[in-house]
Design a protein. Structure first.
Length: 268
């Protein structure tokens, strides 16, 4: 099975990521950051969190890496517009980081591990580029913690179908609860786990994203041709998402799990 990044890089998906900030989405990691640190942000996407991390470590530096050049271009443009000079963005995979051993004081990855087929391999690569005593902070959602109201069979189908797509693409929608264990297996120490909820309001950006992605599965995954779904079911799921986004009693909250780990220091 090949690993594919399910959300894709549509304008809608990028906007969905770009409302995030270090203050709102990296709060669990901020207490571990100090000025002068050299930090790596893996899977930085449009870079809105990365720029906040750069402010936290100034006059240290942040490097954002991502597989996708279009996201890096957006991140570079934002850095330039906001005059954030202590950040650079490089195209790379988290599985093969183009840095020598022991390069960074801290490594961060937000909303990345749920898309990885080989999370342990990625963490071992992160451990390699961390200096002894360095810290990693990872945060991912866990679909076991979805609060949805009002629930309908059609809406449930839409959520289950998206979940199926992400798993088909090599992701793990329940990786949030496993982040601490993965850090331990990769060789990190002093692991600390936590969790928090994010609620989405207005819901329209999230529901539009889900609807567009479900529609796109016809082409991207050839879902209808493969018999996973049909055109009528796609229309029904999308209508349910649209009705939900306008429902006066709508509610959607998602659990996010967080884990901090350290690269051990060998003492004499
Ligand atoms: C959901 S976005 C999160 C972006 C950003 N960290 C945030 O939370 O706003 C995930 C990002 O990880 C990137 N990505 C996925 N697999 C990757 C890999 N193997 N190596 C590097 N980046 C990857 C995607 O291209 C995408 O930009």
């Amino acid at each position: 099975m090949l690993e594919n990044y399910t959300p894709g890089y549509s304008t809608n998906a990028t906007q969905f990521m770009a409302h995030r900030t270090a203050k709102s989405h990296a709060a669990f990691f901020m207490p571990y950051l100090n000025p002068e640190m050299k930090l790596l942000d893996c899977g930085c996407g449009p870079g809105t969190i990365t720029l906040g991390l750069a402010q936290a470590v100034f006059p240290g530096t942040v490097t954002g890496i991502d597989l996708e050049n279009s996201q890096l271009d957006i991140a570079r443009e934002s850095a330039s517009k906001q005059s954030v000079g202590n950040v650079d963005f490089i195209q790379a995979s988290v599985y093969h980081l183009p840095f020598p051993d022991s390069s960074f004081d801290a490594v961060f990855a937000h909303a990345v591990f749920e898309h990885l087929q080989k999370p342990l391999q990625a963490l071992q690569e992160i451990l390699r580029v961390l200096k002894p005593g360095g810290k990693v902070g990872v945060r991912s959602p866990d679909w076991g913690g979805f609060l949805i109201a009002p629930s309908t069979p059609e809406l449930d189908l839409a959520m289950s179908y998206y979940k199926f797509l992400q798993q088909h693409n090599g992701g793990n929608v329940n990786v949030g609860r496993e982040l601490g264990a993965l850090l331990r297996q990769a060789g990190f120490t002093q692991i600390k786990t936590s969790a928090s909820y994010e609620s989405y309001e207005p819901l329209s950006l999230a529901t539009e994203y889900l609807a567009l992605r479900i529609q796109a599965s016809e082409q991207v995954e050839r879902a209808v041709e493969r018999g996973w779904t049909d055109v009528q079911a796609i229309a029904t799921m999308n209508q349910a998402l649209q009705e939900w986004s306008l429902h006066p009693d709508r509610f959607f909250a998602q659990a996010w799990c967080e884990a901090i780990g350290h690269r051990f220091v060998v003492a004499l």
